[in-house]
Design a protein around this ligand. Structure first.
Ligand SMILES: Nc1ncnc2c1ncn2[C@@H]1O[C@H](COP(=O)(O)OP(=O)(O)OP(=O)(O)O)[C@@H](O)[C@H]1O
Length: 117
């Protein structure tokens, strides 16, 4: 029973992933960036700690993008007029993605630059 519940939970989660992949250009960009980081990690011989850091920031950015998409969908579903509160909510969600992406970029520089130079 618990196993069945768990597998249904995974099904919904995968359905969400499929949705965000289909509808969000940004998410596809994050996936491609993550694949490039993973390839570069293999080529540059990342150690355990470097892999842990890289995977953590990849997960951070993807999670932020998915939550941003969910928040946008809530606002679109509620169909508000153009409203300052709707703007504020969407802008805050977008700011979350921005902070996650800048963090990933800076961490990426700190990981890759010492390996390259
Ligand atoms: N109902 C609204 N009222 C006021 N401003 C809004 C409203 N909906 C969207 N906006 C403004 O437009 C911006 C873009 O919103 P939109 O829903 O188009 O997101 P998006 O461009 O699809 O985002 P993403 O590229 O992450 O998918 C928001 O950040 C907000 O500033």
């Amino acid at each position: 029973m618990a196993d069945k519940k768990k597998s249904i939970g995974f099904t919904y989660a995968f359905s969400g992933l499929k949705e965000v992949f289909k509808s969000e250009r940004n998410f596809r960009f994050h996936i491609i960036s993550a694949i490039l980081v993973i390839i570069a990690g293999f080529l540059l011989g990342f150690g355990l700690i470097e892999w842990m850091i890289a995977i953590t920031v990849i997960g951070l950015v993807m999670t932020a993008e998915i939550l941003n998409t969910a928040i946008e969908e809530i606002i679109n579903y509620l169909r508000p007029e153009i409203h300052p509160a709707a703007k504020k909510i969407k802008d805050l969600a977008a700011a979350g993605v921005f902070i996650a992406a800048v963090t990933a970029f800076v961490v990426g520089l700190l990981l890759f630059l010492p390996k390259l130079f």
